[in-house]
Design a binder for this molecule. Structure first.
Ligand SMILES: [Mn+2]
Length: 292
């Protein structure tokens, strides 16, 4: 039996430093159809509210969360396309809510140059794309920690970071106080990444009975190869290394996948788009035909 897959887009860009990310879900779903011949059912939710209005943000994330929740209920695999990384608040809240209703837990592998673990009181910029993890852990604006349910969406022991190399002290202190596991980029290299990534994926899969999500902030990868991001940081994870690791995970334990922070206006040579299309093509074929 083939598994159904749906693209759920969060067309939101103004929670980050630069606008531009908001057109990404439209561009990616179109390019996937036109260049790779992969036509997926897709549903893009547009953020039309005020940029920093928490109630408008809440309304938007609830819409995305409902779509995520519904996909899981119907046995459909969701691929989330941001948008800036604040999109994760909607997508993973929906997945977590669905699992919580079944007495299950969500695990998340977060690939990013940044920790995204600011709370409103520690963020200098106030940009929500620097805060999604804190909100998923239940800290931050109450309007955004209570999407679909007032319960925290993630337990600190159920999230693992890779690629981290740019952060502020309050974020690190916050995550350390909760005991969150972080693979700083300097701890790994292109030879050792895959083994650690696969072993963490497997460990989280056991911990949650096969409910692991992956949220890829494109800036977790090396900006020499993947340049179309608003906040690039040198020396990221090799894009080929990440691709190879993704070809080896057990997709039956993957509950959803997310790509965030692609900014088409910065993709001068289309290399970042090409990479994402190859990655999605790999995932789609693995999920469609390998899944139980
Ligand atoms: Mn991020």
């Amino acid at each position: 039996m083939t598994k159904r897959i749906k693209l759920i887009g969060s067309a939101i860009g103004n929670c980050g430093r630069l606008n531009g990310c908001e057109s990404s879900p439209y561009q990616i779903s179109n390019s996937l159809a036109n260049t790779e011949g992969i036509l997926l059912d897709s549903d893009v939710v547009a953020y039309s509210g005020g940029s920093h209005d928490v109630l408008a943000q809440r309304e938007f994330f609830i819409k995305v969360a409902h779509r995520a929740e519904r996909a899981i209920t119907k046995g459909v695999f969701p691929i989330f396309i941001g948008g800036d990384h604040s999109c994760a608040i909607g997508s993973w809240s929906g997945i977590a809510y669905n699992l919580q209703k079944q007495d299950k837990e969500l695990a998340l592998i977060w690939i990013d140059a940044h920790m995204d673990a600011h709370r409103p009181e520690t963020s200098e910029t106030g940009n929500l794309h620097g805060m999604p993890v804190a909100h998923l852990l239940g800290h931050g604006h109450r309007e955004l920690t209570s999407i679909l349910t007032a319960m925290p969406k993630l337990k600190p022991e159920n999230i693992v970071y890779f690629g981290i190399r740019s952060f502020e002290k309050p974020e690190e202190d916050f995550l350390q106080s909760l005991g969150v596991k972080i693979y700083y980029q300097h701890m790994l290299n292109n030879e050792t990444f895959e083994a650690e990534f696969l072993s963490e994926f497997e460990r989280l899969a056991k911990l949650t009975n096969g409910n692991v999500g992956i949220s890829l902030d494109l800036d977790g990868l090396d900006p020499i190869e993947i340049a179309a991001v608003g906040t690039p940081v040198d020396d990221g994870i090799g894009s080929g290394v990440f691709f190879d690791a993704m070809s080896k995970i057990n997709v039956n334990d993957l509950i959803a996948f997310e790509i965030a922070e692609y900014n088409p206006s910065l993709d001068k040579d289309h290399k970042s788009m090409h990479y994402m299309l190859q990655l999605l093509k790999l995932l789609v074929s693995r999920i469609r035909y390998n899944a139980e």
